[in-house]
Design a protein around this ligand. Structure first.
Ligand code: HPA
Length: 279
C-alpha cells in the first residue's frame, strides 16, 4: 500500500458500513495466541481481512486476519474484534500495519483495547501473567505519521504524554483487583523483530525503563492516538526476555504461555468491557 491517503480509508469504511450501520464504540486488537476472545462473542459477524478493501492480509501470521463484530456474552454490548494484525517484520509497510486502526476509528470506534504477546524484563513478571501497558518506547525505527500530513487525522506533531488513556488504565487496574487477577503495570518496548532481542538489547531496554519487549503495538498506538482514540494496552507475558531467561527463546513457548494465560485474559476482558461501555 505505502499510502496513507484518506481515499483508501474511505473505501475500507464503506465496506465496514455494510457490516453494521452503527459502528461499535469499543474495539479490541488481539495479539498472538489471544484469538479465543473473538470466538467467545455472541451473534458474530466475521469478515476476513482479505474481504475488506486495503486491510492487510496474506502474510498475517498465526491465524488469518479476521474482523469479528459480536456481543459480549451475557451483555448486549457490541464489540469489534480485530483478530490478527500485520507486523512490520512480515514486510508490511507501516501504513498497512496501522490501516485497520485508522479505519475503525474513522468509522466511529471510540475506545480501543490493544493486546500483544510480550517478553518480560522483570523476573517477578512471569509467563502467562498480564501487564497493563502504561507507556511505550518505540524501537522500531518506524513511525506511521511519517509522510504527508492529513489534517483529518489530527495533529502533525501529536502530544504523546497520555497515549495510553490513564482513566481506562485505572479502570482496568480496578477490575483486575476486584477479580483477584495479577495485573502488572509497565512500559512496553516495541522492537522491529523478527529475531528476538539480544541480551544486550534487553539490557538496554531495561536501562531505559522498559518492563516488557515485543514486536507490535507501538505504531498502532501512535496512529490511533493521533486520531483521538482512547487506548488501553494489555501484554500477555509469554516468556522471560532474552538474557533474563536461562534458556533460548522459542516461538512454541510463546504460544504455550499465551494459552496458559487465556482464561485470565478472558475473565479480565469480560469484566472490563461492561465497565468501559458505561464509563
Ligand atoms: N521479544 C519480542 N517479542 C516477543 C517476545 C520477546 O521476548 N515474546 C513474545 N513476543
Amino acid at each position: 500500500m505505502q499510502d496513507n491517503t484518506p481515499r483508501l480509508l474511505e473505501e475500507s469504511i464503506n465496506s465496514l458500513r455494510q457490516i453494521a450501520k452503527v459502528p461499535p464504540k469499543i474495539a479490541i486488537v488481539l495479539g498472538s495466541g489471544l484469538s479465543a476472545f473473538g470466538d467467545s462473542l455472541k451473534n458474530p459477524i466475521r469478515q476476513p481481512y482479505s474481504e475488506i478493501p486495503h486491510f492487510p492480509s496474506g502474510r498475517v501470521s498465526g491465524h488469518s486476519g479476521c474482523m469479528i463484530l459480536g456481543q459480549l456474552p451475557g451483555h448486549d454490548i457490541d464489540v469489534l474484534v480485530l483478530s490478527g494484525r500485520a507486523h512490520l517484520y512480515e514486510g508490511f509497510h507501516v501504513d498497512e500495519v496501522v490501516h485497520p486502526v485508522r479505519a475503525i476509528r474513522q468509522w466511529g470506534v471510540e475506545k480501543l483495547i490493544i493486546t500483544n504477546a510480550a517478553g518480560s524484563i522483570r523476573r517477578k513478571m512471569q509467563p502467562s501473567e498480564l501487564m497493563h501497558i502504561s507507556d511505550h518506547i518505540n524501537f522500531t525505527g518506524q513511525n506511521p505519521l511519517i509522510g504527508p500530513h492529513h489534517p483529518d487525522y489530527g495533529e502533525r506533531f501529536p502530544d504523546m504524554s497520555a497515549a495510553y488513556n490513564p482513566d481506562m488504565g485505572a479502570l482496568l487496574q480496578t477490575t483486575a483487583r476486584e477479580l483477584g487477577i495479577i495485573l502488572h503495570q509497565g512500559i512496553y518496548a516495541g522492537f522491529l523483530g523478527p529475531s528476538y532481542e539480544t541480551p544486550a538489547e534487553v539490557q538496554m531496554a531495561k536501562n531505559m525503563g522498559a518492563h516488557a519487549v515485543g514486536m507490535s503495538t507501538v505504531c498502532e498506538v501512535i496512529a490511533g492516538h493521533q486520531l483521538g482514540l482512547d487506548i488501553c494496552g494489555i501484554s500477555c507475558i509469554t516468556n522471560l526476555a532474552s538474557g533474563i531467561s536461562e534458556t533460548p527463546l522459542h516461538h512454541d513457548e510463546v504460544k504455550w504461555a499465551a494459552e496458559q494465560g487465556r482464561e485470565r485474559f478472558l475473565t479480565l476482558l469480560n469484566a472490563f468491557i461492561p465497565k468501559l461501555s458505561s464509563q
